[in-house]
Design a protein around this ligand. Structure first.
Ligand code: SF4
Length: 242
C-alpha cells in the first residue's frame, strides 16, 4: 500500500461484517456530517463531528484486515451521515482500496452538488445505494429540509453513467404510506434506468432515544413504527409499477 496520503475525515463509527448495505459481506464506514435533516432520521448523532479523524492510509489498513470476508461481491460501504461530503477523502481511500483489490459502494441521499470530486467518487464506486427520500419538491423540503432539484440532478447523473443502483425509501405511517404515494415514487424513478432493486424500508422508532440524548426536537414523536404487513403490500404494489 502506498503511504503518505494526506486527507483526513471525521468518522462516526464502523460496522464490520454487515450484510444489508450492499452485496455480500460489507465493512461499513459511517461518516459524520449531513446536509439533510430527515424527519425520520434514526442516526441524528451522525450530524455532528465525533472528534475521531482517520487518514486515508489508516482507514485503508483498518479495512484491509477484513479482506478475506469480501469474497462473493463483498467490500466496503461508505455511509453516514452523508459520505459524499467527504468525496475527496473517499477518492483517496478508494484508490488505496483498489490497489488492495477491494471495491466500495456508496450509500447516499444524493443531496449533494455534482462537483468533480463527487462525480469521481460515484464513477469509481462499484454500486450506489440511493435514498429516494420523497417524491416531490414540497415533501422533500418539508421532511428533509433539502432541495429536490439537487437530488434530481444527482439521480440523473447516476442514470447517465449507467451505474448499478439500488433505490431505497423509508415508508412512514401517515406521511408516505399510501398507494398514491407509491405511484408517485414509481413515476419519479421511471425517468431513471431501471434499478437492480427498489426496496421499501419500514420506519422504526429505535433511534428516538438519541433525540432526547442530544436534546434535539424529534419531529416524528408519537409516530408508530411502520406495519410490516402493510409495507409488504406496498412493496408488491411498487414492484408491479416499475
Ligand atoms: S440523509 Fe440519512 S443521516 Fe442525513 S438526516 Fe437523512 S436519514 Fe439522517
Amino acid at each position: 500500500m502506498k503511504e503518505g496520503r494526506s486527507l483526513r475525515a471525521d468518522i462516526h463509527s464502523f460496522e464490520s461484517l454487515a450484510a444489508l448495505d450492499g452485496e455480500g459481506i460489507r465493512y461499513c464506514v459511517f461518516f459524520t456530517g449531513c446536509p439533510l435533516r430527515c424527519a425520520c432520521c434514526h442516526n441524528p448523532d451522525t450530524w455532528f463531528k465525533s472528534g475521531r479523524e482517520y487518514g486515508s492510509d489508516e482507514l485503508c489498513r483498518k479495512i484491509s484486515r477484513y479482506k478475506p470476508y469480501f469474497k462473493n461481491g463483498g467490500g466496503v460501504t461508505f455511509s453516514g451521515g452523508e459520505p459524499l461530503l467527504n468525496a475527496g477523502f473517499i477518492n483517496e481511500t478508494g484508490a488505496l482500496l483498489k490497489s488492495e483489490g477491494i471495491n466500495y459502494a456508496l450509500d447516499t441521499s444524493g443531496s449533494v452538488s455534482l462537483t468533480n470530486e463527487v462525480m469521481t467518487a460515484v464513477d469509481n464506486a462499484d454500486m450506489v445505494l440511493l435514498d429516494v427520500k420523497f417524491p416531490n419538491a414540497a415533501m422533500y423540503k418539508k421532511y428533509t429540509n433539502g432541495d429536490f432539484d439537487v437530488f434530481l440532478r444527482f439521480a440523473d447523473y447516476i442514470s447517465e453513467t449507467r451505474k448499478r443502483v439500488w433505490f431505497r425509501t423509508v415508508v412512514i405511517p401517515g406521511i408516505n404510506d399510501t398507494e398514491r404515494d407509491i405511484r408517485e415514487y414509481a413515476q419519479l424513478v421511471s425517468r431513471q434506468n431501471k434499478p437492480e432493486r427498489y426496496e421499501l424500508l419500514a420506519f422504526h422508532t429505535m433511534g428516538f432515544y438519541k433525540y432526547d440524548k442530544l436534546n434535539i426536537k424529534n419531529p416524528l414523536t408519537g409516530t408508530p413504527p411502520m406495519d410490516k404487513e402493510k409495507l409488504n403490500r406496498l412493496q408488491n404494489y411498487l414492484n408491479g409499477l416499475i
